[in-house]
Ligand binder design. Structure first.
Ligand code: HEC
Length: 400
């Protein structure tokens, strides 16, 4: 495995000069307690840092003029990532540049805040391909830890719902109560914005509120950038981290109105737990370098009418026929791209259904199942498929 990895990494370096886009990294084995870890914890000095590139998620276009304006021609961003584990818990640190600190205040819900999320592949009965990077897919669940930069809140009930109970317009009659309440919050603040979800596809995310996941996330703004940390059990009801943990990283920029699918996203990263036997299948999938010929793939994409539905480079209009592919190579594994071509309905990217866009649905419902409207390209020969995969892997934004 080691030899294979070295080969793959050197191939990646050769292909993109600066960085291998797909990564495996090692979570250093430590004996420290990790449940109360934060960006200042001493344990990070024992960790090895790796560079992971996060690419703009462009599959789904937002119906928001200001946000689209702020995200015109978005660039990829490098993040520094480190991981440690103690056999029971895993902790990750993500460090990324962000020149504008955007913190969501409890007093205003019309601002967007900076934030980050770490998504882990969830437990499944049989081993199978990694879930869709955009929040899982049917039968391939994910668990997502989301942390946003927010002002602290006083919420004795712990439900994180106090903001929806306060009517900020009522400054006249209730003005005094509000002022007293704010003063009390300032003195007692004890809750931050940390949430955990399980999902089997975009828009299927369900928040876990019963405290069955014992996680701890924190964010710190320092020197024109954020450091985010997360600790969680290696094993619980939602994931079973043994040998190798598969994770992706997302960051949101409040200044660019980032939220939901408007973010920067990494491809799957294989995090090997030091001292344990790596999961070869997960490592292979996360680090697979395309074997095909990208130039031939480009010609095959032109010959097979992909551009009739997809935006493939920025010079083409985005359209509504199908997801934009301009960054698909940045956040997708080769295995996912291959599957998209030969089994389009294995993962159906959530877009327009027939009710919303009768002429350009991304999927139809057949017997209650989502069926992709994309042409099934399994009729192409294997070499051509591999060439197309190699070409799709080159589709990604410049890196900042
Ligand atoms: C008839 C329209 C159509 C054509 C032609 C078409 N696609 Fe698609 N494609 C779609 C739709 C709709 C989706 C979203 C539903 C899904 O996931 O299958 C999609 C999804 C994809 C995805 C997944 C995108 C993501 O964001 O995860 C990839 C990759 C892709 N197509 C590549 C191609 C390539 C390469 C070709 C040409 C060989 C092609 N498509 C031809 C309609 C099309």
């Amino acid at each position: 495995m080691k030899k294979l990895l070295t080969t793959i990494l050197s191939l990646g370096v050769a292909a993109s000069a600066a960085l291998a886009a797909d990564l495996s990294l090692t979570a250093t084995k430590v004996s420290d307690q990790l449940d109360a870890i934060n960006p200042d914890s001493a344990v990070w000095s024992k960790a090895k840092f790796a560079t992971v590139v996060l690419y703009p998620q462009t599959a789904i276009e937002f119906n928001d003029k200001e946000a689209n304006e702020a995200n015109k021609d978005p660039k990829g961003k490098k993040a520094q990532v480190a991981a440690v584990h103690n056999g029971k818990e895993i902790a990750l640190l993500v460090k990324w540049a962000d020149g504008t600190k955007n913190v969501q205040g409890i007093k205003c819900t019309d601002t967007y805040s900076d934030g980050f999320a770490i998504q882990f592949a969830g437990t499944t009965k049989k081993s199978q391909p990694l879930p869709y990077v955009g929040m899982g897919s049917v039968g391939r669940p994910v668990v997502v830890h989301l942390q946003k930069a927010t002002d602290k809140v006083y919420e004795p009930n712990g439900n994180k719902d106090v903001s929806t109970q306060i009517n900020r317009q009522q400054t006249g009659f209730f003005g005094k109560e509000l002022a007293e309440y704010d003063a009390k919050v300032a003195s007692l603040a004890n809750t931050d914005f940390e949430r955990v979800f399980v999902g089997e596809g975009f828009r299927s995310l369900t928040e876990i509120k019963d405290k069955s996941v014992k996680s701890n996330a924190a964010m710190k703004y320092d020197n024109k950038g954020w450091i985010g940390t997360l600790a969680r059990p290696l094993k619980d009801d939602y994931m079973n981290g043994a040998g190798t943990v598969a994770a992706t990283i997302a960051v949101w920029d409040g200044a660019k109105h980032g939220r939901n699918g408007l973010k920067l996203l990494s491809s799957w990263i294989a995090i090997n737990l030091e001292g344990q036997k790596a999961n070869a299948a997960v490592v292979a999938e996360a680090t697979e370098a395309p074997k095909g010929d990208a130039a031939k793939g480009k010609a095959a994409v032109e010959a097979n009418g992909c551009a009739g539905c997809h935006q493939i480079d920025k010079s083409m209009p985005a359209g509504y026929m199908a997801p934009s592919l301009v960054n698909v190579g940045g956040y997708s594994t080769a295995a996912y791209l291959r599957e998209s071509l030969i089994k389009p309905s294995a993962v159906v990217v959530p877009g327009f259904n027939r009710n919303a866009h009768s002429n350009t649905p991304w999927y139809n419902l057949e017997k209650g199942k989502r069926v992709s409207t994309m042409t099934d390209y399994s009729f192409l020969d294997k070499a051509t498929i591999e060439d197309i995969v190699a070409y799709l892997k080159t589709l990604k934004a410049e890196v900042e």
